[in-house]
Design a protein around this ligand. Structure first.
Ligand SMILES: NC(=O)c1ccc[n+]([C@@H]2O[C@H](COP(=O)([O-])OP(=O)(O)OC[C@H]3O[C@@H](n4cnc5c(N)ncnc54)[C@H](OP(=O)(O)O)[C@@H]3O)[C@@H](O)[C@H]2O)c1
Length: 249
């Protein structure tokens, strides 16, 4: 088993890295904090290649992919998981740069992660491209303009790619997590329904990847919530959400 994964230094990505490494997979790990990737590599010597990089740097991702392809060959699974979450309000001029950074990381970083692998996967008629989007991409949430927009963009991007690759032997899997207990959500100043430990989430993600699901929401309770939210008329949605607690800016 061969897996290439971004956002592997923390939270969901780290749990996925531990899961796959524990199965004996050959894993390529990307994140900015190289020392945290190195810790994983020390635990599974010879099984892990570390790529300390920023996913907004497409050239760095391509170089990492080339190294991985040279050492281990074509990955079975590529997971674009790296992401950041912060509250933003575009009425504040200083938030514009933050909005750009969120889009760059969560959306552009995903495309840049897959890009170096797509042609080779097509040729081999094999592989899974997995994008970690979010339930936050289903509808806009107040105070989370950039995060919601980046995840909605990710969901649409993944769907376009999935249809583009239909019948090619390459599957595209969209995973929309609800609340997972990671450093990202520990900053949230509000109660989080159906909060799931990252190890349990990683196992559920892996099952969806193995099935080759087109799109899943995890946990299942959030799938019901997302289904309802998607169908609520705007006049009810707006009233219900107007007073919802905001992410910190
Ligand atoms: N936790 C949740 O409830 C939840 C819900 C829905 C969706 N998600 C999504 O799940 C993914 C993982 O989130 P998490 O909860 O595990 O958060 P996390 O613990 O904060 O981990 C985020 C990971 O992304 C990496 N990352 C962030 N910016 C990066 C960049 N510019 N370049 C390279 N790596 C970068 C971080 O590594 P470095 O800081 O070392 O670079 C870290 O490994 C994200 O896409 C997030 O939006 C999470």
């Amino acid at each position: 088993m061969k897996v290439f994964l971004t956002g592997a230094s923390s939270g969901i990505g780290r749990a996925l890295a531990e899961h796959y490494a524990g199965l004996g997979a050959q894993v390529g790990l990307c994140a900015r904090r190289g020392e945290l990737l190195q810790e994983l590599s020390d635990r599974w010597p010879g099984q892990i290649r570390c790529y300390p990089l920023d996913v907004t740097d497409a050239a760095a991702l391509r170089a990492a992919a080339d190294d991985y392809l040279g050492v281990y060959g074509l990955p079975d699974v590529v997971i674009a998981n790296a992401g950041i979450s912060v509250g933003t309000l575009s009425e504040h001029a200083e938030d514009l740069e933050v909005i750009r950074r969120v889009m760059d990381t969560n959306f552009f970083g995903m495309a840049a992660t897959f890009s170096p692998f797509i042609a080779a996967m097509r040729q081999a008629r094999h592989g899974r491209l997995v994008g970690i989007a979010s339930v936050a991409g289903v509808r806009g949430l107040p105070g989370a303009e950039a995060y919601c927009a980046s995840k909605a963009a990710a969901i649409s991007y993944l769907e376009s790619l999935r249809v583009e690759l239909y019948g090619s032997g390459v599957k595209v899997v969209t995973i929309n997590p609800g609340y997972i207990d990671t450093p990202m959500t520990r900053r949230n100043p509000f109660p989080m329904p159906f909060l799931m430990p990252p190890e349990m989430a990683a196992k559920a993600f892996v099952r969806a990847i193995e099935r080759g699901s087109s799109q899943v929401v995890i946990p299942w309770q959030m799938a019901i919530m997302a289904w309802v939210l998607r169908r609520l008329p705007d006049f009810i949605y707006d009233r219900l959400l107007a007073k919802a607690p905001r992410k910190r800016r």
